[in-house]
Design a protein around this ligand. Structure first.
Ligand code: FMN
Length: 363
């Protein structure tokens, strides 16, 4: 049997509090917030239950930093001080459970549905497929300022840190992509230009927040016109920059090999795990269900993020610590089961759209 002890060793960061174990709750959109982006009791319950269940760090879902960056109905907002009371209540309750509290900062860019935001979505460049319009130079500066303002707001609410969402084809990822970003100014063209927005946000957020504020970044290496070699360069540069405390690589399946054939001799995570990290910590997410598998990944990375496993078991960390034979329930599960794990009907509906997750009930 694999030794699970590695999962329960604390992890320090260059800034901010240590995690008591190597288990981070992945950011999980749950569509439970109020229409104006303020926190609901349902979202509070769902997240605080994960903190109670032993996660070393509890991260919110993607929270949008501008009103027009909303990507989902019922998304948590962090673009206005009106969001502060709910965020403050949430941060306090997560921390009261000895879990590090973080907000994921997000802007959907071209992927914001027009009917949700009431206007055409924005993008680094005009995009016919998404009917998105390009940001003016002034709007790029405002976007940067709003990401930084959201980090400051998270700090004010009492969170220990934030993670900037640079993955999954959302706006920061759109800037990174040579396919989507066709700009000819300082924000487009060379890789240095395409990473400039993320880089400047990190520099300015570090300067604007207190010295021990924890800053993470999520990247994904494929799709949306991304090139593995480029994302590897970005990861290497940022991990050794002193700007980020952790890099969270979102792979959807940790065992996956790259799409690009020239890199297919190793798994995706190997391409990142072998890079010098400086004092940055590296984590990975993607189909990590079983404790033994999670523990085995710690030979490559410093921590793991659990998404669907944490939806299934709010107390996955406590269970794995108590029983080294613990196996998560198999899919699909019933709505009643999800309710018992702290998901409201709205979140249960959202999970029903994820293939094979929720059992169809007999009519
Ligand atoms: C319901 C659901 C919502 C998600 N929402 C987000 C999100 O808000 N931000 C994000 O970066 N990733 C999001 N993801 C991706 C997860 O954070 C995670 O990387 C992915 O699910 C793979 O991990 P898993 O196999 O453990 O679920 C979401 C995934 C799921 C299943």
């Amino acid at each position: 049997m694999t030794d699970l002890a590695a999962l329960f060793a604390p992890l320090t960061f260059a800034h901010g509090p240590a995690m008591k174990n190597r288990l981070m709750l992945a950011p999980l959109t749950n569509t439970q917030s109020h229409a104006d982006g303020t926190l609901s009791d349902e979202e509070f319950t769902w997240l605080v239950k994960r903190a109670e269940g032993g996660f070393g760090l509890t991260m919110t879902c993607a929270a949008h930093v501008q009103r027009i960056g909303q990507g989902f109905p019922g998304q948590l907002g962090i673009w206005s001080d009106d969001h502060l009371p709910g965020l403050t209540r949430l941060a306090a309750a997560i921390k009261a459970n000895d879990s590090v509290a973080a907000v994921q900062l997000h802007h959907a860019g071209m992927r914001s549905p027009a009917d949700l935001i009431g206007e055409a979505p924005v993008c680094p460049s005009d995009n016919d497929e998404f009917k998105a319009r390009s940001l003016t130079g002034e709007e790029v500066l405002q976007l940067k300022a709003d990401f930084v303002a959201a980090a400051v707001r998270a700090e004010k609410a009492g969170f220990d840190g934030v993670e900037f969402h640079g993955a999954h084809g959302y706006i920061l990822c759109q800037f990174l992509s040579a396919e989507i970003n066709q700009r000819e100014d300082q924000w487009g063209g060379s890789l240095d230009n395409r990473v400039r927005l993320i880089h400047e946000i990190l520099i300015e957020a570090r300067a604007a927040c207190r010295p021990d504020f924890q800053i993470g970044l999520r990247l994904s290496p494929e799709r949306f016109g991304l090139k593995l070699a480029e994302i590897r360069r970005v990861a290497g540069m940022l991990m050794t920059s002193g700007l980020i405390d952790y890099l969270d690589m979102s792979l959807w399946d940790v065992g996956k090999t790259p799409i690009e054939e020239e890199f297919a001799d190793k798994t995706l995570i190997d391409w990142f795990a072998e890079l010098p990290r400086g004092d940055c910590r590296l984590g990975v997410a993607g189909k990590i269900m079983e404790p033994a598998y999670a523990a085995s990944l710690l030979e490559k990375v410093d921590f793991v993020l659990l998404g669907r496993a944490a939806i299934l078991h709010h107390d996955w960390p406590l269970r794995a610590a108590a029983d080294d034979g613990f196996k998560p329930v198999s899919l699909p599960v019933t709505r009643a089961y999800l309710a018992s794990e702290g998901l409201s009907p709205v979140f249960q509906d959202y999970m029903a759209a994820w293939k094979g997750f929720v059992a169809e009930e007999a009519a």
